[in-house]
Design a protein around this ligand. Structure first.
Ligand code: GDP
Ligand code: MG
Length: 323
């Protein structure tokens, strides 16, 4: 933002002294940039983003491909501002409109970012890592390889593992971390900041994400579906917030959120609801508690389940729910 100077005496009086005091150390320049977090499903990208932001924004679950849309998180500090994109898991095959949209989100964020974090598990590189590193090195993208989940391995096996990745892109930095234990994340932040361009902050101090509460609300429900139901069910569901009415202090003392969960088949609807509505009750209670924690106010949440098997192939719907 530019501030226009008002002409006249005032601006002349306010001129700053031009001699610097040599005893006051010069502050390092402010750095700001966009960081995309990529890697195959389930390596811990969302967990890492949450650890870095110290906030629960991206949803995490033990099953792959919980993240469908990239989520913007902003980390603001006195000397730097890092904007994170949490991408959906990278795929090399595309099946339907949903898969294609997810893939294009990944490619877009790769081109637009100042820095890429490639998150991997402590295992030798597979085809996905080889492909991604090939593209990143061809594009000369500044890259930090993050070997996550090092809490699960013997530290001695780390060195040969790091070498097997560096071979694929000798210019990148490698940082071993445990996102879940918050181990190595400070070092990772320092390293990112070092590589970001000198730029002013673009977001306000309290802007943590550009995602609306509406979007977060639907993601919290989806996370609980992933946690509660096995097999294919969570992948066959879409979540849409139908109503989001803020409390008005009169007849509505809590925010009212109505969510519709779409499933493909009537049998899935029965499973989701459960005997006497027990299954859905526990999903919606857990989701509501998360909303209340993140939004910081009481919520009245209602969840409906509807059968609609064409949602994956309806581009207008996918656009609406933001996948
Ligand atoms: P994403 O699909 O890459 O976003 O992965 P998630 O962040 O959803 O994590 C997938 C699973 O890995 C979850 O069960 C996490 O709890 C687990 N996980 C993430 N980070 C770590 C870690 O540092 N150590 C261990 N042991 N598990 C982790
Ligand atoms: Mg994720």
């Amino acid at each position: 933002m530019t501030h226009e100077k008002t002409p006249g005496k005032l601006s002349r009086v306010k001129a700053t002294p031009s001699i610097e005091n040599p005893r006051i150390p010069k502050r390092p320049p402010h750095r700001m940039g966009f960081v995309t977090i990529m890697g195959r499903p389930n390596v811990g990208k969302s967990t890492l983003q949450n650890a870095l932001l110290d906030q629960k924004l991206a949803i995490t679950s033990p099953k792959p491909q919980t993240t469908r849309q990239q989520l913007l998180g902003v980390l603001t500090h006195k000397g730097y501002q890092i904007v994170f994109w949490d991408t959906p898991g990278y795929m090399h095959r595309t099946r339907d409109a949903l898969d294609r949209r997810m893939l294009s989100h990944v490619q877009e964020s790769m081109l637009a970012a100042d820095l890429a974090l490639l998150v991997v598990e402590p295992k030798p590189p597979g085809n996905i890592e080889k492909n991604l590193l090939k593209i990143l090195s061809q594009e000369n993208t500044l890259t930090i390889l993050v070997i996550n989940k090092v809490d699960t391995i013997n530290k001695l096996s780390l060195l040969p593992l790091m070498e097997s990745y560096i071979e694929l892109y000798p210019d990148m930095e490698v940082v071993p971390i445990s996102a879940i234990q918050n181990d190595g994340t400070d070092l990772l932040i320092q390293l990112m900041v070092k590589h970001l361009p000198q730029r002013d902050a673009e977001y306000g101090e309290d802007e943590i994400t550009d995602r609306s509460e509406r979007y977060l609300a639907s993601e919290f429900v989806r996370e609980q579906l992933f946690r509660a139901f096995g097999k294919e069910i969570p992948y066959d569901t879409a979540v849409e917030v139908e109503q989001f009415q803020e409390a008005n202090g009169a007849d509505r003392l809590k925010d009212y959120i109505q969510v519709v969960v779409y499933v493909n088949k009537p049998s899935q609807r029965r499973i989701l609801i459960g005997k006497g509505g027990i299954a859905m009750k526990s999903v919606s209670t857990a989701a509501r508690l998360q909303m209340e924690e993140v939004f910081g106010r009481p919520i009245f949440l209602e969840v409906w389940v509807q059968v609609w098997n064409e949602w994956r192939n309806d581009p207008a719907f996918l656009e609406d729910v933001g996948y």
